[in-house]
Design a protein around this ligand. Sequence first.
Ligand SMILES: *[C@@H]1O[C@H](CO)[C@@H](O)[C@H](O)[C@H]1NC(C)=O
Ligand SMILES: *[C@@H]1O[C@H](CO)[C@@H](O)[C@H](O)[C@H]1NC(C)=O
Length: 389
Amino acid sequence: MQNPVLILFFTLLFLIFLHQSFAITTTYNVLNFGAKSDAKTDSAAAFFTAWSEACASTRPSLVYVPQGKFLLNNLQFKGPCNNKAITFRIDGTLVAPANNNAANWLAFEEVDGIFIHGGILDGQGAALWACKKSGKSCPSGATTLGISKSRNVEIIGLTSLNSQMFHIVINGCQNVKLQGVKVMASGDSPNTDGIHVQLSMGVTILSTKISTGDDCVSIGPGATNLWIENVMCGPGHGISIGSLGKDYEEAGVQNVTVKSVTFQNTQNGVRIKTWGRPSKGFVRGVLFQHATMTSVQNPIVIDQNYCPYNKNCPGQVSGVKFSDVTYQDIRGTSATEVAVKFDCSKNNPCKGIRLEDVNLTYKNRPAQASCSNAAGSSSGLIEPASCLN
Ligand SMILES: *[C@@H]1O[C@H](CO)[C@@H](O)[C@H](O)[C@H]1NC(C)=O
Ligand SMILES: *[C@@H]1O[C@H](CO)[C@@H](O)[C@H](O)[C@H]1NC(C)=O
């Protein structure tokens, strides 16, 4: 290759290749699109434009939110995008409008490859909670962060405060990782579930702290390959699979691991809850491992008779079938006498429940266990003694 023109040509080709493969990230700072960090000017339009450009880019892109408080009306970040590496880096606080009528305050939909790093989301839920608690008729409220129909999602170091309704909802997604997330709302705030997962495969929740008025993590129909590890719950209602079986045609819950979780002053520890009505739903392959309970009202509970207001539950019989549910190394203190309660359905008894090394005490004495229609095995130290058939 002696020809200088050819050499120049190949050098240029090489440079273009370098540029593409090291894919220099383009930054879209929301301030450059008119966002105001004064906590009172609605910056939704600026955020939306920054997002639209990041999403349209064929190169990796960064939406950058600097320090300060940004008021945002409801906003939907919609894909599909032209690149699979959009970072949303938030150094500031996003503040929700006080009256919020949408289902979601912030929603990501149909995005493949999104990394949300840092940030505080302030849902401003207190006024709505007060309305709900007063017994007046109130709007249901908005989920703070809804991620739907998306894949390859990472949410790291995000804080969600005082959501009106659920804090984070993962719905219809694949491969989602949440790590170092904090959720905080008052212990008596209604319906403020921490993280809700449904119809999603491969969701991982690591090193997260959730204090709220409802479920710490709630697991809905169609959650499969879900991994929850090193999570602190309390106050709140604990980790709940369900309510399941509300509908007759319903996707099952399969392969769920809940590992190294602590519960402090929660209503429940690990719970599985199904409606007392016909359904094709199921729960298969669940492992609750290494849980520490401190003053938990119902540390281990299966309730197959859920039926609020006793309406539309013919015979109170749940159709949801259970198999292969294991409780391994669950210890600590119960705030009520019955620490283990398996209340299963006559028609679909719980089968294949395994207890290994359970030690739950009530007022420094062994607590009690109660079973109906529940079968399985136990090994190791089991206190209170197993009541499984
Ligand atoms: C169960 O889910 C985990 C992730 O939570 C995954 O690594 C594992 O392969 C799954 N097991 C099966 C049998 O699919
Ligand atoms: C069960 O836990 C209690 C309180 O943590 C402890 O005092 C007791 O020794 C444990 N029981 C056994 C048999 O290890």
